[in-house]
Ligand binder design. Structure first.
Ligand SMILES: [Fe+2]
Length: 192
């Protein structure tokens, strides 16, 4: 778990509102994890830090990317939305001292998702979409699925995210398309 000093640094870098979101993600992720049983510290740490790359000071994003020698792929280059997850993975390691690859990957893939996600990656990805501050059509159904059919919840969140990105005429990253393809087999509807 990150210490109080790191927590203060995180709040300074991402802002109070974003930190409160991350705390809700942590509570939601912990609740999903009750039936899965991963190391609870890893779940909470991944959730608290998942948006650590979403810096309030936008100019700092390129500064930090350079500092860590991060070379972005062409699809991520033009998207601040995608960049924050890549940067966040490095900030988690070098600024917040996280060593566990599982935690770093949960942060890295919480925006695009990817094919064959680990259980921790899936928990954080879904918890981010359904934390109790979220309010949109279908969110209660996703909350139910998250606690009962996590893979199906993953598929539905990926699908809805891709649809949203397309509606906004934005680019869908290849990793998300591959993830949707991979999790498609879980799309059967429990309610039919
Ligand atoms: Fe988030």
């Amino acid at each position: 778990m990150i210490n109080p000093y790191q927590m203060a640094l995180l709040e300074a870098e991402i802002g109070k509102k974003r930190l409160e979101h991350s705390q809700r993600v942590s509570q939601t992720a912990s609740s999903i994890n009750d039936t899965i049983g991963l190391n609870p510290i890893w779940v909470q740490t991944s959730a608290i830090l998942h948006d650590c790359g979403r810096l309030k000071d936008k100019d700092q994003i390129s500064v930090r990317l350079k500092r860590y020698g991060i070379v972005l792929d062409s699809q991520t280059q033009d998207s601040p939305q995608l960049q924050h997850a890549v940067l966040g993975r490095f900030l988690a390691q070098y600024q917040y001292g996280i060593q566990e690859a599982a935690v770093l990957n949960a942060i890295r893939y919480h925006t695009t998702a990817r094919a064959g996600m680990s259980p921790l990656e899936k928990i954080i990805y879904v918890a981010d979409a359904i934390e109790f501050g979220r309010d949109y059509d279908g969110v209660d159904r996703l909350r139910y699925l998250a606690h009962n059919q996590l893979n199906q919840a993953v598929y539905e969140v990926i699908k809805q995210t891709i649809d949203f990105v397309k509606q906004n005429h934005q680019f869908v990253h290849t990793q998300s398309i591959q993830a949707a393809e991979y999790y498609k087999k879980y799309k059967e509807d429990l309610f039919e």
